[in-house]
Design a protein around this ligand. Structure first.
Ligand SMILES: C[S@@+](CC[C@H](N)C(=O)[O-])C[C@H]1O[C@@H](n2cnc3c(N)ncnc32)[C@H](O)[C@@H]1O
Length: 460
C-alpha cells in the first residue's frame, strides 16, 4: 500500500504506433484521473518502455481503461541495465510490498517479454529460473493465475543491429492492459455507415483521449461527416452531436462509399452507427449547418469539440453563400433560394473554428482538431492561436513525403469576450497559415511527387 503522498513506480509498455501521439495521450489521461506527469518522469522517446511515478494503482487502472497508445502497465519491482543490476534492484524492493502477491495461498505465472529480439523457450526458462531468490511461496498456475509477473527485456529500436545483451531489463507485477482491442472492434471496415473520409478508429480514440472526454460530457463535431469522432466519445460515455454542410451525409442519403454498392441503404446514418455499438443513448442529434455561420445562441454548451475539418483533398472546403457573393463571370443559379456553395479558405476555417470553440466551450474544455500542412513550409508559428485557448499539444502524422496533418489540442483558459473575436488578426500566427492556403494545390500539383522522384534518383 502506498503511503499518502508517496509515488509508486509503474512500467508502461507502449504500442509502437503513432509515436508522437503517445505522450499527450498519457498526460491528458493522467490529468483526467488526478495523476500528474512531472519532468522527473522518465520517458524514452521512441522506446516502448516508459517508467511512470503515480500515487496509486487506481490511477494506473483508470489510465488503462482509456489508453489506446499503451498496451499494458506493471507495478515495477526492479530495473537494471544487466541481469545483475536487475537482481540487485529486486533485492532492494521492500519485501512487505511483495508478500501480498507471493504468499503460500496465491497462484502465479511468470512471463518473458522481449522487444526487438526473440528468445528460445530454453532461454526463457533460464530467465525464470534465475528469479529463484524471490520469495515466491504460492503455486504456479499457467492457465488462470491470480498474479502475473513479467520480465521485460529491451533490445533497442534498431532491427538491423540487435545487441547480444538487452539495454534494459524490467521486472514487474502486471496490473492491466490498455484498450488496443478497440481499434479492431470499432474498425471502419466493419462499420455500418462510412464515407471516404471516415476517421480511423484508433485515431478517433486518441483524439477523444487528448480531449479528456469523460462520462456525461457533451461533445460536438462541427464537421461531423459520418460521425467517426462521435463514436469514440460516446464509447467513453459522452453525449454527442454534430453538424455538416452536406445534406446527404447528415441524412445518410446519396452515393455509397463502399465498393459494389451504388446507393446508401435505408438505415445508413450516424444514429445507426452508434446503435451498432450499443451507444444510441448517447446520440443527441446531427444537423445540416455551415460551420462558417454557426447558428448557436451565445453560451457555453460543450465540454469538448473534436473535429476533422475538410482539407479539400477528398471533400471540398465549402461554405454557404448568397448569389451576390459569387464572383463576376461565374454563372448564377436562377433560383435565388437555392443555397450556394462558396470556397472556404483553410485559414478562415481554422480561425472560425477557434473562435467558435472559445465561445462555446466550457472553461477547461478542449478543442482537438487536425491541421493540414505542407511540410517544407511548416513552422510552429503557423498553428492558429486564440487568446482564450492554450496550446496543449501539436503532433504530426505524415500523409506523404511533403504533406502532413497535425493533431492540435487546445484548452479553454479564459472566458470569451467580444473583443477576442478579432485578436487573431493581430497575432503573428494569422499570416503564416494564410500563406499556407494553397495546401490543396500543392497536394495535387505533382510538386510532392516530383520532389520524391528527385530525392530517389539522387540516392541511387
Ligand atoms: C474530413 S470530413 C469529416 C469526416 C468525419 N470525421 C468522419 O469520420 O466521417 C469533413 C466534413 O466537413 C464537411 N464540411 C465541409 N465544409 C463544411 C462547412 N462549411 N460546414 C460544415 N461542414 C463542412 C464535409 O461535408 C465533410 O463531411
Amino acid at each position: 500500500m502506498a503511503l499518502p503522498g508517496s509515488l509508486n513506480r509503474y512500467l508502461l509498455l507502449m504500442a509502437q504506433e503513432h509515436l508522437e501521439f503517445r505522450l499527450p495521450e498519457i498526460k491528458s489521461l493522467l490529468s483526467l484521473f488526478g495523476g500528474q506527469f512531472t519532468n522527473s518522469q522518465e520517458t524514452y522517446g521512441k522506446s516502448p518502455f516508459w517508467i511512470l511515478s503515480i500515487p496509486s494503482e487506481d490511477i494506473a487502472r483508470n489510465l488503462m481503461k482509456r489508453t489506446v497508445c499503451a498496451k499494458s502497465i506493471f507495478e515495477l519491482w526492479g530495473h537494471g541495465k544487466s541481469p545483475e543490476e536487475l537482481y540487485t534492484s529486486l533485492k532492494n524492493y521492500p519485501v512487505e510490498k511483495m508478500v501480498p502477491f507471493l504468499h503460500s495461498e496465491s497462484t502465479y505465472k511468470i512471463k518473458i517479454h522481449t522487444f526487438n529480439k526473440t528468445l528460445t523457450q530454453e532461454e526463457k526458462v533460464k530467465r525464470i529460473d534465475a528469479l529463484e531468490f524471490l520469495p515466491f511461496e504460492g503455486k504456479v498456475n499457467l492457465k488462470k493465475p491470480q498474479h502475473v509477473f513479467s520480465v521485460l527485456e529491451d533490445y533497442g529500436l534498431d532491427p538491423n543491429c540487435i545487441p547480444e545483451r538487452p539495454h534494459n531489463i524490467y521486472f514487474g507485477r502486471w496490473i492491466a492492459d490498455g484498450q488496443r482491442e478497440l481499434i479492431e472492434s470499432y474498425s471502419v471496415k466493419k462499420r455500418h455507415f462510412i464515407g471516404n473520409t471516415s476517421m480511423d478508429a484508433g485515431l478517433s480514440f486518441i483524439m477523444a483521449n487528448h480531449a479528456k472526454v469523460k462520462e456525461n460530457d457533451v461533445v460536438f463535431d462541427p464537421f461531423v461527416g459520418t460521425g467517426g469522432l462521435l463514436i469514440a466519445s460516446a464509447h467513453f460515455g459522452a453525449y454527442v452531436c454534430g453538424t455538416d454542410i452536406d445534406y446527404n451525409t447528415v441524412h445518410g442519403l446519396g452515393k455509397a462509399s463502399r465498393k459494389n454498392q451504388k446507393w446508401r441503404g435505408p438505415d445508413e446514418n450516424i444514429r445507426a452507427n452508434l446503435r451498432q455499438y450499443g451507444l444510441e443513448k448517447f446520440y443527441l442529434d446531427v444537423l445540416v449547418s455551415d460551420a462558417s455561420k454557426p447558428s448557436w445562441r451565445k453560451g457555453t454548451y460543450f465540454d469538448a469539440i473534436i473535429t476533422d475539418p475538410p482539407y479539400g483533398i477528398r471533400e471540398s472546403t465549402r461554405r454557404s453563400g448568397s448569389q451576390k457573393q459569387i464572383p463576376k463571370g461565374i454563372e448564377k443559379c436562377p433560383e435565388s433560394h437555392v443555397p450556394v456553395s462558396l470556397s472556404y479558405h483553410l485559414s478562415d476555417m481554422f480561425f472560425d473554428l477557434l473562435n467558435f470553440a472559445a465561445e462555446t466551450l466550457e472553461l477547461g474544455g478542449r478543442l482537438v482538431y487536425w491541421l493540414p500542412v505542407y511540410t517544407p513550409e511548416y513552422t510552429e508559428e503557423m498553428v492558429p492561436w486564440h487568446p482564450c485557448l492554450k496550446l496543449i499539444s501539436n503532433c504530426e502524422q505524415k500523409l506523404s513525403s511533403h504533406t502532413a496533418r497535425r493533431l492540435i489540442t487546445m484548452e479553454k483558459v479564459k472566458d470569451f469576450e467580444n473583443r477576442d473575436q478579432y485578436s487573431h488578426l493581430l497575432s503573428d500566427h494569422f499570416l503564416p497559415y494564410q500563406g499556407h492556403n494553397s495546401f490543396r494545390e500543392k497536394y495535387f500539383s505533382g510538386v510532392t511527387k516530383r520532389i520524391a522522384k528527385e530525392e530517389k534518383s539522387s540516392q541511387d
